[in-house]
Design a protein around this ligand. Structure first.
Ligand code: NAP
Length: 231
C-alpha cells in the first residue's frame, strides 16, 4: 500500500493527480486549505481529506499528526499547492508581492517537507514531487526567444526557481529519497483562467510519473512529461 499526500488537491492539477493516483491504488490524502471544498473533492474521488494550509504551521502539524495516527507512514509527498500572485511588470513588483507568493510556493513547501520528513523516512520508497514551472527555469528565462520569456514573472518565476534549488538541496542531503521537481506544462486550470493549452490529464502526467517511480528512478532532477528540463 502506498500512502500519498498532495497539497492543493481540491481542484486543478492537484485534484487530477489525486484522481489518477487513487486509480493506481494509492491511499491518497487530499490536502486542501478550505475544509468544505476539500471534503467535497475528496468525497468525489473516494479519497481521504486532510485540512492543510501550507502557510499555517498549526495546520501542517495537524495534517501530519492525522497521517501519522491513521497510516503511520508517508510514501509520497506532492508539493503541488501554488499561487501566481498579482499580475505586474517587474518595475511594479513590491517586496510584499514576493512575501505573499513565497509564503505558499517556497516557505510552504519547506514547512510541510520539514514536518513530513520523519514520516517519509518510515517508507521503503520515499518520494517527494515538487511542482515547479518552466517559468522558474533560469535557462528558459535567460533566452529571449523562449516561451517563458514572453511572461513577466519576477515574483512567481523566482518562487519556482527557488523551489528548483530547494529540490536539489533536499535531493543531495537525502539520497534514500527520490526527490524531483516537475513542470506540468501550460495547463488549463483556474490558475491561468483556463488559458493553458493542455488538459489537466496531460498536466498531471509528470506529477503522476514522478510520484510512482521506484528506488532505481532519478533524484535531484527537473523534468516535464517529455523528459529533462534545463535548469
Ligand atoms: P489551481 O487550479 O489554481 O490550484 C491551486 C491549488 O493550490 C488550489 O487547490 C489552491 O487552493 C491551492 N492552494 C493555494 N494556496 C494554498 C495554501 N496556502 N495552502 C494549501 N493549498 C493552497 O492551479 P493549478 O494549475 O492546478 O496549479 C497547481 C500547481 O501547478 C501550482 O504549484 C502551479 O504553480 C503549478 N503550475 C501550473 C501550471 C499551469 O499551467 N496550470 C503550469 C506550471 C506550474 P484554493 O482552491 O483554496 O485556492
Amino acid at each position: 500500500m502506498t500512502t500519498t499526500l498532495i497539497t492543493g488537491g481540491n481542484k486543478g492539477l492537484g485534484f487530477e493527480s489525486a484522481r489518477q493516483l487513487a486509480a493506481l491504488g494509492h491511499t491518497v490524502y487530499l490536502g486542501a486549505r478550505d475544509e468544505s471544498r476539500g471534503r467535497t473533492a475528496a468525497d468525489e474521488l473516494g479519497v481521504r481529506f486532510v485540512q492543510l494550509d501550507v502557510t499555517d504551521q498549526a495546520s501542517v502539524d495537524a495534517a501530519i499528526e492525522t497521517i501519522t495516527t491513521e497510516a503511520g507512514v508517508l510514501d509520497v509527498l506532492i508539493n503541488n499547492a501554488g499561487i501566481l500572485g498579482r499580475r505586474s511588470t517587474p518595475a511594479e513588483v513590491e517586496a510584499s508581492d514576493l512575501e505573499h507568493v513565497y509564503a505558499t510556493n517556497v516557505f510552504g513547501v519547506v514547512r510541510l517537507t520539514h514536518a513530513a520528513l520523519p514520516l517519509l523516512e518510515k517508507s521503503g520508497n520515499p518520494i517527494i514531487v515538487n511542482v515547479s514551472s518552466g517559468l522558474g527555469a533560469l535557462a528558459e528565462a535567460a533566452d529571449p526567444t523562449s516561451f517563458a520569456a514572453q511572461f513577466p514573472a519576477l515574483t512567481y518565476g523566482s518562487s519556482k526557481s527557488a523551489l528548483l534549488m530547494i529540490t536539489i538541496q533536499y535531493a543531495r542531503a537525502l539520497p534514500a529519497m527520490r526527490i524531483n521537481a516537475i513542470d506540468p506544462g501550460y495547463t488549463a486550470t483556474d490558475f491561468n483562467g483556463h488559458e493553458g493549452t493542455q488538459t489537466v490529464e496531460e498536466g498531471a502526467e509528470a506529477i503522476v510519473t514522478f510520484a510512482t517511480i521506484d528506488q532505481s528512478g532519478p533524484t535531484g532532477t527537473f523534468q516535464n512529461k517529455d523528459g529533462i528540463v534545463a535548469w
